[in-house]
Ligand binder design. Structure first.
Ligand SMILES: CC(C)(COP(=O)(O)OP(=O)(O)OC[C@H]1O[C@@H](n2cnc3c(N)ncnc32)[C@H](O)[C@@H]1OP(=O)(O)O)[C@@H](O)C(=O)NCCC(=O)NCCS
Length: 454
């Protein structure tokens, strides 16, 4: 089962009520469950639309994904499931010797393809309902998508491929309110009764935007990786669009990353706050992404996921707790509550997903036309993501707007960072305002001095 939520703290294993206690659970620390519970008030009553990729439907980890859905519903999250059927349609066609015109409604769906598609999707629906029953979830396949024939596009008649007109949100909401998970198949229903094949990702975006979902999760689609093969943790809508525009030379299928990135951007522009790309084949696929700061997938965000703002007095305890490690390691000078409180307007914090993740201070020395960039710190869970540079840029702009000629900084361990990443140059203690120089000498820290002309 999902590693998620069986707790143990050197004693008997506790399993939250919303999980089936008979399942083989790996123990978890109390801190982990606290981490999860922190998100519960934020997520309660919100709608999450989950698109299960067709490849995942056959994978052994689908059971864990479904269990994770059970956890979400038990936390009063309103879950809607859409599923893809591309792989099953391809397999069914091969078995019956049918040549498909297009397996995923991104092109022409001819008569034979529609027939195989409807057969495969119907079987898949039953399998899916069976599996959902297996984890104790009530679910119903709906005909919530109304569509019309896509018609002739670039000279090609797409025949039975459909364009989605609307989502019957009333039906979907009614099911949710009855404690039933609505399952949306990748089929559209025309008013006259005709069935059309619709693309599952397009369907998921329509369902998510129509319901005003807080999240759309592409489960089984895989995470987005950068050129070095590293997971990209998050992308703004503009970044997602830019990435989707890059030519890859690969065939564009229903589950191709480029197509899904465009869908993600569209969903965010339609009001969905976050779209997540998840592998789905690992144990922690869903819960690991939703209930941890680091996540395990890629998130496309349409809201103010990260912001830099002036620090408030109520942030002081959080800042002190956050920088404790760096102070212990002598990377930062220790500060106490009174010192920060007295100069609170010098401090700015970086908030990521509502959590303070970084801090920086700009201490002015107006009589010397300079200011000190100090107390730059990024939580180690978020290092290497450009946040240090963002905070430094932010105070640099503030210093420039205030009319200062240059910035200076003192560092014992990050001077390379200041020089190589932030554009500072080595300087001497004599370049500091005399009072600051004296303070440095008294501290015995022997920090290196760096300056940056503005
Ligand atoms: C130094 C610090 C602010 C960097 O923040 P960050 O958000 O991880 O940095 P960025 O994402 O902007 O930059 C990452 C790059 O800087 C490099 N880098 C990070 N810390 C470094 C250091 N101490 N020395 C040299 N390079 C460093 C990384 O290797 C990475 O290089 P790459 O882009 O070539 O891969 C952060 O590591 C930190 O809080 N450190 C502890 C406190 C501290 O030393 N503060 C500075 C004293 S005021």
């Amino acid at each position: 089962m999902s590693k998620g939520l069986a707790i143990s703290a050197h004693g008997p294993t506790l399993v939250p009520l919303f999980l089936n206690p008979t399942l083989d659970a790996e123990p978890m620390k109390y801190d982990d469950i606290r981490g999860i519970l922190r998100y519960v008030p934020q997520f309660r009553g919100q709608t999450f639309v989950v698109l299960v990729d067709s490849a995942l439907m056959e994978h052994e980890n689908i059971q864990n994904v479904l269990l994770d859905l059970a956890v979400l519903t038990s936390l009063s999250i309103r879950v809607v499931v859409v599923y893809g059927a591309r792989q099953q349609i391809i397999a069914e066609a091969a078995k019956n010797g049918v040549t498909l015109s297009c397996p995923d409604a991104t092109g022409i769906t001819d008569d034979a393809t529609l027939e195989v598609s409807v057969d495969s999707i119907s079987r898949l629906s039953m399998n899916f309902l069976q599996q959902l029953s297996g984890v104790g979830l009530r679910a119903a396949v709906s005909n919530a998508i109304t569509a019309h024939p896509a018609g002739v596009i670039r000279g090609r008649d797409l025949v039975h491929s459909g364009t989605i007109d609307r989502v019957d949100t009333g039906m979907v909401q009614t099911l949710i309110e009855q404690g039933i998970i609505p399952v949306v198949a990748p089929l559209g229903f025309e008013k006259g009764g005709r069935i059309l094949r619709v693309n599952s990702a397009t369907a998921a975006v329509h369902v998510a935007t129509a319901l005003g979902a807080a999240k759309l999760l592409f489960v089984g689609a895989g995470v987005v990786e950068d050129d070095k093969g590293q997971r990209v943790r998050q992308l703004s809508v503009d970044e997602a669009k830019a990435l989707a525009g890059k030519p890859t030379g690969a065939e564009e299928t229903e589950s191709s990353r480029m197509l899904l990135l465009r869908h993600a951007a569209r969903a965010c522009e339609g009001g969905v706050a976050r779209v997540h790309f998840l592998d789905g084949r690992t144990d922690d696929a869903l819960l690991g992404e939703l209930f941890s700061i680091e996540g395990v997938g890629t998130m496309v965000y349409g809201d103010a996921y990260q912001k830099i703002r002036p620090a408030k007095k109520s942030d002081i305890d959080g800042i002190l707790r956050m920088i404790l490690r760096a102070v212990d390691d002598e990377e930062l000078v220790g500060r106490n509550r009174q010192e920060i409180r007295a100069n609170i307007e010098d401090y700015s914090v970086l908030e990521v997903d509502g959590i303070i993740t970084g801090v920086v201070a700009l201490h002015p020395w107006p009589e010397h036309h300079t200011a000190e960039l100090a107390c730059l710190y990024i939580r180690n869970t978020h290092e290497g993501m450009g946040y240090g540079r963002k905070l430094a840029q932010y105070v640099e702009n503030r210093a420039r707007e205030s009319g200062y000629d240059h910035l200076f900084a003192l560092s014992t361990q990050a001077y390379n960072y200041f020089e190589q990443k932030l554009g500072f140059k080595p300087a001497l203690p004599d370049d500091l305002p005399p009072v600051r120089r004296e303070k440095l000498q008294k501290s015995g820290r022997n920090s290196r001095v760096m300056v940056k002309p503005l």
